[in-house]
Design a protein around this ligand. Structure first.
Ligand SMILES: [Fe+2]
Ligand SMILES: [Fe+2]
Length: 222
């Protein structure tokens, strides 16, 4: 059984299969990951015992599988972040932005939250695009430089962390405007695709930010 006083971030570090379960319960494990499982469950009104059982079951199912990102050297960790998560976002963001605009245009009269969702998705894309560029062009090269400049690394890491908090806020707005990705019975294919893409995007961003905040950043927090 998991220790309920352990932090959410540490739980996902030890057991990546717990990420999806925290996401389902709207528990943030990347930016809000420093709270205990107990405190996080309380804050979201989630039954703690049921959550611990669910997490325990996922851990048992996955036991032995999956690798540990903490064992990767920093250049390999960065390579994984870029190849997996940055590449994904560069493809997914224009697509969801297009879908959000279309669904808002066609069904906005029917559901006034759709234009609100469209704005939040656009803001997310506008925040994440430059964020990925900064990481790839400034932060990551600085972290792997042969002659590291510690002060510059610290400044860039602090900026990264702040931007992640802003991204988490935008994801919350997307959750709220989509009512937790709940589809009305009349939702068309675009509407359905938008919500499933957004839910996938949320999960991927959480996993991505978790690697940067909780695996990469602590290596440089002297
Ligand atoms: Fe990133
Ligand atoms: Fe990031």
């Amino acid at each position: 059984m998991l220790d309920r006083t352990q932090t959410v971030a540490a739980t996902v570090l030890d057991h990546s299969e717990c990420a999806a379960i925290f996401q389902q319960h709207r528990i943030d494990f990347c930016c809000g990951g420093q709270q205990s499982i107990e405190a996080a469950a309380r804050a979201k009104g989630v039954d703690l015992e049921a959550l611990l059982t669910e997490l325990g079951r996922a851990i048992d199912e996955r036991r032995g599988g999956g690798d540990d990102p903490r064992e990767l050297a920093t250049p390999q960790l960065i390579e994984r972040i870029v190849a997996k998560h940055h590449q994904y976002l560069r493809k997914a963001l224009p697509f969801v932005q297009m879908l959000a605009a279309k669904v808002a245009r066609v069904h906005g009269d029917h559901n006034p939250k759709l234009p609100v969702l469209d704005v939040a998705v656009r803001e997310l894309a506008e925040a994440l695009g430059p964020h990925l560029d900064e990481e790839e062009h400034d932060l990551f090269p600085s972290l792997t430089a042969a002659a590291p400049e510690r002060a510059r690394q610290a400044t860039l890491l602090a900026a990264m962390h702040q931007e992640h908090l802003a991204v988490a806020k935008l994801l919350e707005r997307i959750r709220a405007a989509s009512e937790d990705f709940t589809l009305p019975p009349w939702a068309c294919n675009s509407y359905r695709t938008l919500f499933s893409e957004l839910q996938q995007l949320e999960g991927d961003v959480f996993a991505h930010v978790h690697l940067e905040n909780n695996v990469l950043k602590p290596r440089f927090d002297a």
